[in-house]
Design a protein around this ligand. Sequence first.
Ligand SMILES: C[S@@+](CC[C@H](N)C(=O)[O-])C[C@H]1O[C@@H](n2cnc3c(N)ncnc32)[C@H](O)[C@@H]1O
Length: 250
Amino acid sequence: MSGWYEKYYWRTGFKSRLYDRLTPESYLESMRKVVALIPDKQGQKIWDAGCGTGLLLLYLENAIKRGLIYYGSDLLSAGLNQVRTRARNLRVSDRVACFQNDITEAPVFKENSLDVVVAHFSIYTIRENHKRQQALKNMYQVLKPGGLLIVCCPSKKYDAGKIIDESCELLRARRGLLQMATKRMFFYPVTKRLGLDFIQKQLQSGQWMAYTREELTEEMECAGFEIVHSETVYAGGAYLKCGYKAIMSV
Ligand SMILES: C[S@@+](CC[C@H](N)C(=O)[O-])C[C@H]1O[C@@H](n2cnc3c(N)ncnc32)[C@H](O)[C@@H]1O
């Protein structure tokens, strides 16, 4: 059952739209933090590597309307279909392109061609260390010198209960008591049961990668990045790190 669940987990979530509907507020907060770290420069090109349904577009809408160009890629076409629909609904389709690819294989972008790469909760599901490392190397290769990688990955302190609690607090502060109570009663029990508990089990069993702060730094540095920012997000259950590709790379 677990093998089947793992194989079809994202695809079923994307197709049914449950992935978007059940996303906890704390996860969206992590995306807001990612977007806040993207330098505000005209005409930048950004690659959302392992973009899922393109939730990140929700927070990039204004930047795209000001000239940012967004590329989203994922293994699964079910997610990419949602990205296209989302881009149409946000009226940013002319600056959004998405395509199917495996981030551990040869990159489709030219070397030194992108300004920013975001890997928000994507590389941790790649089980083999050497493949995750290859994915990070591919991101390094396609970034311009001075380009920025923003990575977010679960930590060993991932705790489904804490993520729900933090999501409720965030919702109460942002949207008020009624919204929070509705989510807490009707949505978040399903989020926890179908999503977060399963992810926690995958992390604890080593099927997916739960990082220490040092392990994530080491993987990024091995790929060539110079770490410039590190913080804890997702109720203490994930690390958000930024690394630059040095301007004088050798
Ligand atoms: C937790 S979802 C995150 C999606 C999105 N970044 C977000 O934050 O909503 C993980 C995504 O990584 C994608 N993924 C995993 N391994 C991949 C690979 N080798 N190449 C491309 N995408 C991959 C999955 O298909 C899935 O869409």
